[in-house]
Design a protein around this ligand. Structure first.
Ligand SMILES: Cc1ncc(COP(=O)(O)O)c(C=O)c1O
Length: 438
């Protein structure tokens, strides 16, 4: 974002101390000071309410400070907060049992840790241990985290400057329905040829040690790339033929956001591992790695080690239980589907009026708005996207533009967003596009 803080948000002491004492971990800080967050809004130092169309960092699916989450967190911080990592408690076993009931396929065993990167690390380590192989395939626009193994298989953002990735990290072209170079005679996206070619290249690079393929069912940080119908099933078949295990990273898509409880339900494919994070704690640090009993038994026999400080912590597990209870009780997946249709319709209406909107995509409440310099060439317009984001913030709405040189907004309000707030968000986009184009 290009704007500078103003009014009480400009507090010179605050910014001087931030500059003196904070590590800059991911680009410019937003030009405001957040003071509180409730429901689908947060409030800045000027008392200005800001509509949260990013769900915090894509996590707060129940909005902020949901009263039931607050009650559970208060209770557990006072009664049962954190334990030695091999000591079990009821919330942990209850959450594992509930996830086994609702997850696709036979993902009956769970490991609870804190972050998405860790959950993917755990799945990758287990796949390596169980298969005895080490090569991992991931998508060219993936984001799986910044820890070693996850970062080795993350391609949507900068890999430059951190030395070698783990050996055997291979890339598949991400399914980009809008910009793929693979088109058939009629100009339609030929995802099958692209996928087959991708695996042909992997076979040529592999030393016979393919272990797993890790995939987001919708590639969110890569620009909200929704694989076409049939793609994930075809990918799973490629993996099956090579005896590779499949890991679905549902950090962002999991627990209702896409209109299904798990995005992979649309594709009718159950993986060997499914990772959850952001949405599972709905803003608190909780992540899970789910796998099947067959796989977990082999891993345990071989002494699987993923021992972390916060493994099986009761407090976040109790929060995760409550998050899922609310999602199921309030039928939030269905709500996401319905409100997503309203939001997508509104964005498509804007596309009719603004030539700079090249594409509107995604499903449920995980939508992408792709800004271009020219609809014919589809050249991305990252500068325009930054200007629009700054205009949105000025008008009271937080948005997220993905990294990597594109001009793609990732639009993901909490699942508790009200229809009137969707309409307000659309109005703010409309005014902000107009202002940024002036
Ligand atoms: C799909 C996906 N997986 C994993 C991660 C990493 O999660 P964390 O930042 O909690 O380690 C992210 C974070 O954006 C993500 O979007």
């Amino acid at each position: 974002m290009t704007a500078k803080p103003a009014g009480a948000n400009a507090d010179p002491q605050f910014w001087a101390r931030a500059k003196a004492h904070l590590v800059r971990y991911g680009g410019a800080f937003a030009p405001l000071i957040a003071e509180s967050a409730h429901g689908n809004w947060f409030t800045d130092a000027d008392g200005r309410r800001i509509l949260d169309f990013t769900s915090g960092q894509m996590s707060s699916i129940l909005g902020h400070s949901h009263p039931e989450i607050v009650a559970v967190a208060r209770r557990y911080i006072g009664e049962l907060d954190h334990l030695y990592s091999t000591v079990l408690s009821r919330p942990v076993v209850d959450l594992a049992t509930l996830l086994a009931e609702i997850a696709p396929g036979k993902l009956d065993r769970a490991l609870f840790i804190s972050t998405g990167g860790e959950s993917n690390e755990a799945a990758l380590r287990m796949a390596k241990l169980v298969t005895g192989r080490h090569e991992i395939v991931a998508m060219s626009r993936s984001w799986h985290g910044v820890t070693g193994g996850a970062a080795s298989n993350t391609y949507s953002s900068s890999r430059t400057g951190y030395g070698p990735a783990q050996p055997g990290a291979f890339v598949l072209p991400a399914p980009d329905t809008y910009r793929s170079r693979f088109v058939d005679d009629r100009g339609a996206y030929d995802w099958k040829s692209e996928l087959d070619f991708g695996f042909e290249l992997i076979d040529r690079q592999s030393t016979g040690a393919l272990a797993a393929c890790i995939v987001e069912p919708i590639l969110s940080s890569g620009g909200v790339l929704e694989p076409p119908d049939g793609y994930i099933a075809a990918l799973a078949e490629h993996c099956r033929r090579r005896d590779m295990q499949l890991i679905f990273d549902e950090a962002q898509t999991g627990l209702g956001r896409t209109g299904h409880l798990f995005a992979c339900e649309r594709d009718g494919v159950a993986p060997q591992y499914l990772t959850l994070s952001k949405t599972l704690g709905a803003g608190l640090p909780l992540a899970a790695m789910l796998t099947t009993p067959d796989i977990e038994d082999v891993a345990a026999e071989r002494g699987f080690l993923f021992y972390t400080t916060h493994a099986s912590d009761p407090l976040p597990a109790a929060v995760g239980l409550k998050v899922i209870e609310v999602i199921l009780r309030e039928r939030l997946a269905e709500r996401a589907a319905a409100l997503g249709t309203r939001l997508k319709g509104g964005l498509q209406a804007l596309q009719q009026r603004y030539d700079c909107i090249g594409d509107v995509r995604g499903r449920g409440l995980l939508l992408g708005l792709d800004l271009v310099k020219d609809r014919r060439t589809k050249a991305p317009d990252p500068e325009l996207a930054q200007r629009v984001a700054a205009e949105c913030l000025q008008r009271g709405m937080m948005t997220s533009v993905v990294r990597g040189g594109f001009g793609i907004f990732r639009i993901a309000p909490p699942l508790t967003v009200e229809p009137a707030e969707i309409d307000l968000g659309l109005e703010i986009f409309d005014k902000s596009l107009a202002a940024a184009l002036r």
